[in-house]
Design a protein around this ligand. Structure first.
Ligand code: NAD
Ligand code: USQ
Length: 389
């Protein structure tokens, strides 16, 4: 298949592009390097050094003989998006290319507006490009488990069978997300479902849980193929952050009680899920939703697991929660769809955690300690970081 990976320079897009290429697909990547720009803005950076996209693709060609074509541009630029789809004519488009950090979207009005414009407009341009150029292209879109929030009923895969006052219907599952970023994904989901309904597009919305890990078999082939590893309080995700905090002998920063439960997934399963979604496309007109996560854990359990695995002393600290979220709640998720397509999950294991400790130890000197403590508070509408760093 010809597969275009949007956001192919990012944490997940790059390893996915390599995996699809290794599986024998023709792969192209697109990116506007916004993620590298956020690093400059925040004064943070990946724990593991990463090469430019140009170097990454040429190293891949040198090692495997396989070519990954590049499109450098911004999805919110409709001319760029249309040109790319026209030129590459993919069978599937995998769309990772969004601003993806909840804290970034909650810094202030400017960052919330940027996040929603970037994400919603980029996706709309893509939907129109597919509708005008070739409606057979399968859109594989990264959504998030956080779209659902933490409802007091079981979470289904995107749709809910409902009976109300004696009548039945199948409706999009109600959403109650916890940040302007997560809301942008809800808006995307509704726009995509509408496009499937009116234009007969085929789409798969992958509501992914929090990803952990840093290596896949392909990125591990050469240091120059490494993907990023974020540990700062804005872009670092919880398990990856706890790993580096343990190695630095800093307290693990559990926000509030730590009873917040989330779906999680190993980065090796992410790339496999995308492969499965591409190779088993949705039907024309179908808005298919999978919950892309393999297990649920509370933040407290994640911290305890990391502390138990670390061969040294680890302190777990409960900070005042900078976010507004339930800290104790019901959480049960249906996530059988991808397993029915063939996913065999890697569950969180001591071996994986130990390998992450090794990566963190190797690059510990690159850590900026000031970037570790949270400094974006959901309750402040104005940027509370001013003058702090
Ligand atoms: P990332 O920020 O590392 O990668 C996203 C890439 O998209 C970046 O390289 C960025 O430069 C690019 N990009 C952003 N806006 C763009 C635009 N307008 N035009 C072109 N390129 C643009 O993020 P990631 O962690 O790799 O996440 C990828 C996707 O997966 C996101 O959509 C995210 O919401 C979703 N997701 C991530 C996680 C996670 O834990 N990392 C979990 C669930 C879902
Ligand atoms: N948390 C802590 N301590 C920390 C960091 C986070 O207790 O040091 C808590 C948060 O309060 C939250 C949970 O851990 O309850 C998860 O936070 P996170 O930053 O790891 O993840 P989140 O903000 O939800 O966002 C990440 C990705 C996002 C993706 C989402 C999947 O950045 O792109 O959409 O995970 S999900 O959570 O399923 O929505």
């Amino acid at each position: 298949m010809r597969i275009l990976v949007l956001g192919g320079d990012g944490y997940l897009g790059w390893p996915t592009a390599l995996h699809l290429s290794q599986c024998g697909h023709d792969v192209a990547v697109a990116d506007n390097f916004a993620r590298r720009q956020y690093d400059f803005e925040l004064g943070a950076g990946s724990l593991v050094p990463i090469e430019s996209l140009q170097t990454r693709t040429s190293v891949w060609r040198e090692l495997t003989g396989k070519t990954i074509e590049m499109f450098i541009g911004d999805l919110t630029d409709a001319d760029f998006t249309y040109r790319m789809i026209r030129e590459y004519r993919p069978d599937a488009v995998v769309h990772f290319a969004e601003q993806r950090a909840a804290p970034y979207s909650m810094i202030d009005r400017k960052h919330a507006v940027y996040t929603q414009v970037n994400n919603v407009v980029g996706t709309l341009n893509l939907l129109y490009a597919i509708a005008e150029i070739d409606r057979d292209i399968h859109l594989v879109k990264l959504g998030t488990m956080g779209e659902y929030g933490t409802p007091n009923i079981e979470i289904e895969e995107g749709w809910l069978e409902l009976e109300y006052k004696g009548r039945k219907d199948r409706v999009l599952y109600p959403k109650r997300p916890g940040s302007f970023y997560h809301l942008s994904k809800v808006h995307d989901s509704h726009n995509i479902e509408f496009a499937c309904r009116i234009w007969g597009l085929r789409a798969t919305d992958l509501n992914q849980g929090i990803v952990y890990g840093q290596q896949t078999p392909e990125t591990a082939m050469d240091d120059r193929l490494a993907t990023r590893f974020d540990y700062d309080a804005v872009f670092g995700t919880v398990l990856n952050r706890f790993v580096i905090q343990a190695v630095l002998e800093m307290p693990l920063t559990v926000y509030g009680k730590g009873g917040q439960t989330r779906g999680i997934i190993d980065i090796r399963d992410t790339v496999r899920c995308i492969q499965l979604a591409c190779e088993n496309p949705a039907e024309p007109g179908e808005f298919r939703v999978f919950n892309q996560m393999t297990e649920s854990m509370s933040v407290r359990q994640i911290a305890e697991t990391i502390a138990e695995c670390y061969p040294g002393e680890v302190v777990i600290e409960h900070l005042d929660n900078p976010r507004v979220e339930l800290e104790e709640h019901f959480y049960k998720v249906n996530h059988t769809g991808l397993m029915e397509l063939g996913l065999v999950p890697h569950l969180l294991s001591d071996t994986l955690i130990t390998s992450l400790f090794d990566i963190a130890k190797r690059y510990r000197d690159r850590v900026d300690l000031a970037a570790v403590r949270p400094n974006v508070n959901w309750r402040d509408a104005r940027d509370a970081r001013v003058g702090e760093r």
